[in-house]
Design a protein. Structure first.
Length: 458
């Protein structure tokens, strides 16, 4: 792991004032250390000196002590050797930051989504015209709704292709899209399949989006989906957008402007309700009222926080995975086959694999596995709708589903024959793990790390 330099005094300033930490909603991370003679003491690990083989501890009475590692138990020595400064600083001073704030600091652009039933809809533009996109992790490739593609002047080729879904297949053709925009992302001269998704649907069925935004874009943009915050995050610099640059240190020294046109270069170090304090490049400090700053710098000052500045100075090399695990999320590694996401779990205590599908409003079982794994399958008097129209389904009672350490019990969902057009009813996955359960588990999906993070409240 990459090592970073850290002034011990900075970390001590965080740890020595527990009242300030409590006001910020931060708990002290005390540990019980044991020496070789069996004596125990509670303290916080402040620093480690690998050359001198010592550790600096902060005791509960506020005093510091430097202890040779050889005088501590084997378990404590192992803990100290594996201790990470960045993680410690994050826990002590940055964990009040939301997932949104953490990802924005890492160069992501945040897009708030709306829910249509359980489906994720975001605003975008198709050839410059405002439309809605449905974010669909279950779609291996994106799919334009044919009427929307025609309305927004996409050039449609011959309908010689075929797309398949839960209820069957229907014809599709390649469409040329001049510009595709969502969030701060821009793609130019794209070839995307188009098909009429109304085929086989009831007359009253409405499609509120112009396109299923599929996995090829989600992968390229290193997308993160946060169900709890109802936010989706993209990396615009990974799209075709030109001239995008990320400021490596947005909380470092920068040029500030006043409303009178004056400029000064400094770093913001604190603020109150009316003023901001800056450290200038010459080492002096300067206090300026918010109202005297330019409109853009006033917004910057209001948004600034000590937690964000600390994160950028000392925790920025932490991965998204580490940041979420420090927030008590449990990670589940997923397997990406083609553009689809698969994750292991259980169904009625049988080890199975699910396909994660945010485009599915509700989870859905493959009928063959529902029967095989002891689910109580009712009569086939229900219907499911998807690509290809409708298909018969049955209400199915499940005793238990697990994903990681999350447990869902006594659930009823629909089951249908997901391979009705195939003689072989076996397939590697038991069904679609849909948006209903993803919302319940406050799931976060990350495409860069190939992981799903979940948190289940008791």
């Amino acid at each position: 792991m990459k090592k970073i330099s850290l002034a011990l005094g900075f970390l001590l300033s965080i740890l020595i004032f527990p009242l300030h930490a409590q006001k910020a909603g931060i708990e002290q991370e005390y540990r019980t250390f044991t020496n070789t003679k069996g004596k125990k003491i509670q303290a916080v690990l402040l620093d480690r000196d690998d050359k001198k083989q010592t550790a600096t501890l902060l005791l509960k009475n506020g005093k510091r002590t430097r202890v040779p590692l050889a005088k501590l138990s084997d378990e404590d020595q192992k803990f100290i050797k594996e201790w990470n400064r960045e993680r410690a600083i994050f826990l002590m001073s940055c964990r009040g930051l939301t997932v949104k704030q953490l990802l924005e600091l890492r160069g992501y652009e945040v897009v708030r989504y709306e829910l249509d039933n359980n489906s994720i809809l975001i605003d975008g533009k198709l050839n410059g015209n405002p439309v809605k996109f449905l974010v669909d992790t279950g779609a291996g490739t994106s799919l334009l709704h044919l009427p929307a593609a025609q309305e927004n002047k996409c050039q449609i080729g011959p309908m010689t292709e075929t797309v398949a879904g839960v209820a069957g297949t229907y014809p599709a053709g390649w469409a040329t899209v001049n510009t595709l925009e969502f969030g701060g992302c821009l793609f130019e001269n794209e070839k995307i399949l188009a098909a009429d998704r109304r085929i086989g649907m009831p007359k009253q069925f409405k499609i509120n989006d112009a396109m299923l935004l599929g996995a090829e874009y989600l992968i390229k943009l290193e997308t993160v989906i946060s169900y709890k915050e109802r936010l989706i995050f993209f990396r615009p610099d990974k799209s075709d957008k030109k001239g995008e640059t990320n400021n490596d240190d947005p909380f470092g020294f920068r040029i500030f402007k006043t409303r009178e046109g004056k400029k000064f270069r400094g770093k913001m170090i604190s603020k109150n309700d009316a003023t901001a304090k800056f450290k200038l490049t010459n080492g002096k400090t300067k206090t300026v009222s918010f109202m005297s700053l330019s409109e853009a710098d006033e917004a910057y000052a209001y948004d600034w926080s000590e937690q964000k500045a600390t994160f950028m100075s000392h925790c920025r090399s932490l991965t998204v995975e580490e940041l979420l695990e420090l927030r008590k999320y449990q990670s589940c590694q997923y397997d990406r086959q083609g553009n689809h996401i698969f994750v292991d779990g259980t169904l009625n205590d049988n080890e199975v694999t699910w396909m994660i599908d945010t485009g599915a409003d509700n989870s859905l079982l493959h009928l063959h596995y529902a029967k095989k794994h002891g689910c109580k399958v009712g009569p086939m008097d229900k219907k499911v709708y998807g690509i290809g129209g409708s298909a018969p389904a049955a209400a199915t009672k499940i005793d238990k589903i697990t994903l990681g350490n999350a447990v869902l019990t006594n659930r009823i969902l629909l089951s249908t024959d997901l391979r009705r057009n195939s003689e072989n009813k076996e397939q590697p996955w038991v069904g679609l793990f849909g948006a209903d359960y993803m919302r319940e588990l406050e799931a976060v999906i990350t495409y860069r790390e190939n992981k799903i993070f979940i948190k289940q409240e008791n």
